[in-house]
Each structure stands twice: as C-alpha cells, then as structure tokens.
Design a protein around this ligand. Structure first.
Ligand code: SIN
Length: 281
C-alpha cells in the first residue's frame, strides 16, 4: 500500500504501524485524514510520536473519524466530557484497561476506534499490547469457524463497572461509577465482518463478553476461555512503548488491547477519546 502524504512503517508481522511525517496539531486536510484512515484499516493500530495536542485538538482529530462517545461509567474531563483521563498514581495497584478487551463492546454500537494520547509516562513499563482479531479468526479450524459463524455472544460492562466489579475499590485516580446499570447485556455476532476491509474477525474477549446467547455462563465458559487464549497468541500481537506525546489509534472492530500494569510506584496519565462505530454485523 502506498501513501502520498504520510509515511507508514510496520512494527510487527501481525499488526501495528508507525505513522510519521505529520503534525496532528496542524488540522490535517481531507487527503491526509483519508490516508490515516487507510493506514488504520490496513494495520489495525497506528502510532504517532512527538505530538503536542491540546484537549481541543485531540477532540477535533477524533471527530474527523466519527462522533465521539461519552463514557457511561467513567467521568470525562471537566470541560471536555469526550476525553477520559486514564490515570494511575504511584500509590495505586490497579490500572485502567489492564486485561485483554475491545472498548465498550457492551454498547449496541461499540467504538470504531480509540485515540489514546500520552501526557505523562513512567520511566519504564506501562506499555500497551494489541492483538489482531482477523488472524485470531483465520487460524481457527474450518469446523470451528463454521460453528462460530452462526453464533452470537452477550456483552456486558458488569465485570468492570458493576456493583461487584473486580478490584473496583482500588481505583481511586479515576472517577468511575459502579452501578446496576452496568449489568445490562447486549448481543453481538461472535464473528463480525469489518465494514471497511470486508474481512471477518473474532469478536469475543475477556473484558466484556459474558456468555454465548441462549447458553448459561457455565456452558459457555470452556469455549470462550479457549477463544480468549487463542485470540492473543504472541504471534498475533504487537507491543507499543510509550513516550510523552505518543498517540495510539486502534480499531476496536478488529483489535483487542491490554494495558500492561508493570509500573507500580510511578505515575501514568493518558487522554482517550473514543469514536462511535456501527452495530456489528
Ligand atoms: C484503555 O484500555 O483504553 C487503556 C489503554 C492504556 O492505558 O494503555
């Protein structure tokens, strides 16, 4: 794939590319935005380095790709409700986004993508990993692909934001609401077709998937756990080392990600906007 306005260099065999030759604060024109979109669809997650964005510029960049979502359970910034500050303080043990997941899949219209901007990073640790869910699907046996292609799975925010959310009480830096509202379930296909690439990918993950539709959690668990493990095999992943001013823009439709929680005693502050997607098909 060739690009006229940006440079795009892959960082692993599975997914991920660094995009250079662009200052996102300079309101990229439609040609550049088109090429960024192409790079995202082709690489599943793209990275920019050395950016200096105000919250307004961050929001404006995200809006070039769609409407921005307001998080249902995490308070946005005071004057910028579209931005959630993903923050872990030195005295905290739990982080936000630790564990493989795809953002807000508990919504009827989950996120197309997320744009995460590094404001303050630890001296070491705090990387983010990404896993390619096209590869996760394509490497299953034909028999399992056929079976999963007919199935739907239930997603819920309960494990992260429900009244019994695991470890909820340990997160203090971010204002998170733990509520019964998070117990609602929504169903999505287990195998979704990406509307831009036309390719099929696996769409279940340990963060928000609860069970297969019309099955109990107990009945669903063995196959779901197999899929969760399979979906993040090392050869399907890449790992991004953050610097202050780095941006990761990932496609939640075909990627899972995992914020590595290995920097206790240090501070990490990121800003995230999340772009509305379509109902998965
Ligand atoms: C998230 O899941 O949005 C957080 C990712 C990160 O902090 O690296």
């Amino acid at each position: 794939m060739t690009y006229r306005t940006i440079s795009v260099n892959k960082i692993s065999g599975a997914l991920g590319a660094e995009v250079s030759g662009i200052d996102l604060a300079q309101e990229p024109d439609d040609n550049v935005i088109g090429e960024i979109r192409k790079a995202l669809v082709e690489n599943c997650v793209i990275f920019f380095r050395g950016q200096r964005l105000t919250p307004e510029q961050h929001i404006a960049f995200g809006r070039r790709f769609g409407e921005l979502q307001i998080h249902d359970f995490v308070d946005g910034m005071n004057r910028h409700p579209e931005i959630i500050e993903v923050r872990k303080e030195p005295d905290e043990m739990r982080n936000f986004g630790g564990g493989w997941h795809s953002d807000v899949s508990y919504l009827e219209r989950p996120a197309l993508g997320s744009v995460l901007y590094a404001r303050e990073v630890p001296e070491y640790g705090g990387d983010t990993m990404f896993a390619n869910q096209y590869l996760a699907y394509e490497t299953l046996s034909e028999g399992l692909k056929d079976m999963l292609g007919e199935m739907r799975a239930m997603h819920s925010a309960r494990k992260s934001y429900g009244v019994n959310a695991v470890g909820g009480q340990f997160k203090r830096a971010m204002n998170i609401r733990y509520t019964e509202e998070a117990h609602a379930e929504v169903d999505h296909p287990v195998v979704r077709t990406h509307v831009e690439s036309g390719r099929k990918c696996l769409y279940v993950h340990g963060g928000f998937t609860t069970r297969f539709q019309d099955m109990t959690e107990e009945e669903s668990a063995p196959l779901l756990h197999y899929l969760y493990r399979h979906a993040v095999r090392p050869e399907f992943t890449c790992r991004f080392r953050w610097e202050k001013g780095s941006i990761a823009f990932w496609d939640n439709r075909c990627v899972q990600h995992n914020a590595i929680n290995d920097y206790h005693g240090q501070r990490r502050v990121m800003h995230r906007v999340t772009i509305e997607g379509e109902r998965p098909v």
